[in-house]
Design a binder for this molecule. Structure first.
Ligand code: FPP
Length: 247
């Protein structure tokens, strides 16, 4: 199914002032479920519907990169049935939506400690990445088993190995070199980071990459997040004056 074009015209967005990369901490699924006396997994199920809404809206607005914090390294410590439920939802999403992603020019990418994923999850993830590999309209980047400190630790180790092997001179280590050792090496840094559910933390998400990101925290719980609110946040972003530390 091909998505409708141009949210830019319909919603009155200024194309020149759109973020190139939006990163989202999708938080509040558990609280959304608890408020309704549902099981937590029902919150995650609704959360997946909202993922679809936001992927479509981003693609139709012309945002080039969308990163979603779907599962953190810390999330492995949740009860086993919740972890299994989230992994099952992820598998369903990847197998059912890969064709739609492909048809809409969306290339799937994943960042994180992917080796920690079970083989069945990993294989459907690899399949979806391969199927959507030709997409050039947007990158949907899923942070899975992701932690910013683990990413930086892995980068430091590999930089040290390359320096010891003589492939890299210590004097040549600069910002852009470190960038090349991160999971996000081919993706520009996020311009805008949205967190739902009102928490004022970055929770080990993209620690290096968020250095100059604009941050927007909404009280809305992720399952209640809508395209309209997303558009309002994009308009708020368009009004901001980004100085990158300069005057
Ligand atoms: C945060 O809510 C949400 C998560 C930790 C998991 C998000 C995962 C999905 C929506 C499903 C799988 C992903 C894809 C890409 C299909 P929370 O549980 O921390 O909520 P709480 O803070 O209210 O407890």
């Amino acid at each position: 199914m091909k998505f409708k074009q141009s949210l830019v015209n319909r919603a009155g967005l200024d194309k020149a002032r759109l973020p190139r990369h939006v990163a989202i901490i999708m938080d509040g699924n558990g609280r959304w479920a608890k408020k309704r006396s549902f099981e937590r997994l029902e919150g995650h199920r609704r959360g997946v519907d909202v993922i679809e809404t936001v992927v479509k809206a981003s693609r139709n607005a012309g945002i080039e990169n969308l990163t979603l914090y779907a599962f953190s390294t810390e999330n492995w410590k949740r009860p086993a049935d919740e972890v299994a439920g989230i992994m099952a939802l992820l598998k369903i999403f990847l197998s059912e939506k890969q064709t739609t992603l492909k048809e809409n020019g969306i290339r799937l990418n994943a960042i994180g400690e992917l080796w920690m994923l079970a083989d069945d999850v990993r294989s459907v993830l690899d399949e979806a990445i391969a199927v959507t590999g030709g997409g050039s309209d947007m990158v949907l980047n899923l942070a899975l088993s992701y932690g910013g400190r683990a990413e930086l630790t892995s980068a430091v180790k590999r930089i040290a190995e390359d320096a010891l092997a003589g492939k890299l001179q210590v004097g040549d280590i600069q910002d852009h070199v470190i960038q090349d050792y991160l999971y996000t090496r081919n993706i520009p840094d996020p311009d805008l980071m949205i967190r739902t559910s009102g928490e004022m933390r970055i929770s080990n998400f993209l620690l290096w990459q968020l250095a100059y990101a604009e941050i927007y925290v909404t009280q809305t719980l992720w399952p209640d997040f809508t395209e309209d609110e997303f558009v309002d946040i994009l308009k708020d972003y368009a009004r901001r004056d980004r100085r990158f530390g300069k005057v």
